[in-house]
Design a protein around this ligand. Sequence first.
Ligand SMILES: [Zn+2]
Length: 53
Amino acid sequence: MKENTCAACDCELDSTRIAVKIGGKTVEVCCEECAEALREAEVATRSAQATNK
Ligand SMILES: [Zn+2]
């Protein structure tokens, strides 16, 4: 896994990269939209796990 690509859309990161904390890990994304997408995905994952218990 490359470190210089967006965690959400896989495009290359530049100086506008944003660090997002997801489940205790910090990942970097290219824009606020991708950050929001990752946060929503994490919330969905968490509620799915809570429902399964
Ligand atoms: Zn992105």
